[in-house]
Write a protein that binds this ligand. Sequence first.
Ligand code: CDP
Ligand code: CDP
Length: 226
Amino acid sequence: MSRLSIAIDGPAGAGKSTVARQVAGRLGLTYVDTGAMYRAITWKALKEQVDLRDEQTVSRLARETEIRLTPGKDGMEVWVDGERVTRAIRTPEVTSHVSLIAGQQRVREVLVDKQREMASRGGVVMDGRDIGTHVLPDADVKVFLTASIEERAKRRYRELVRRGYKVDWEELKEEIRIRDEKDRNREHSPLRPAEDAVHLDTTGLSIEEVIRAILDLSRSKVGGVE
Ligand code: CDP
Ligand code: CDP
């Protein structure tokens, strides 16, 4: 069981990180949030005021950056060059610039290398946009999580309000729609399901129901889980 690899992809707010973290916890696997890695590079590039469109500079910055993901009390902690950036990478400013960075092939190559290194001994649940199609094409379990845009925006809205942000519902919905569109239509590793991915529409499903469905899939792969 400990070497199983599970790939979870899907659009923003589908519930990937919430369920991936808990599936990893229950199966004793390591959770890798690849979106946090793209956010971490975006955060650093904004901080250093580099030209975000300059692919060579941004990819060099990505190569020189140490990103660490560690388990925390309420989820993952994210560290950039030793500095904790868990909250800083979730600001609207980072969110609105991340697809620009994620669209750059050379930046992706640097991060995909790091992701494959993290998964090299198996035993991971990795979530993102291109995990089943590109990062881990041989993953044992591939899941493509979706939910209606209304539902995904509602989830994100509640989460942001809970964390103390003031949010405009229409703006939030539009931000998610635009980011999904960019992720789906970009040239390099666009968001799409792997041919062998299991599709799971989570609209109306609780977190626990989604976790159960993924545990069942994992069990069918290896047998005897739990
Ligand atoms: O949490 P949320 O769904 O808002 O996004 P995220 O998973 O933190 O990812 C942020 C952005 O990083 C996405 O909108 C993609 O542009 C990019 N990303 C990517 O291109 N490839 C991945 N494997 C993961 C994230
Ligand atoms: O990682 P991704 O952007 O796909 O979504 P997430 O950050 O895991 O989930 C967004 C929000 O939706 C979180 O606050 C989850 O608690 C919530 N959620 C939910 O209400 N029902 C689900 N079935 C999955 C997630």
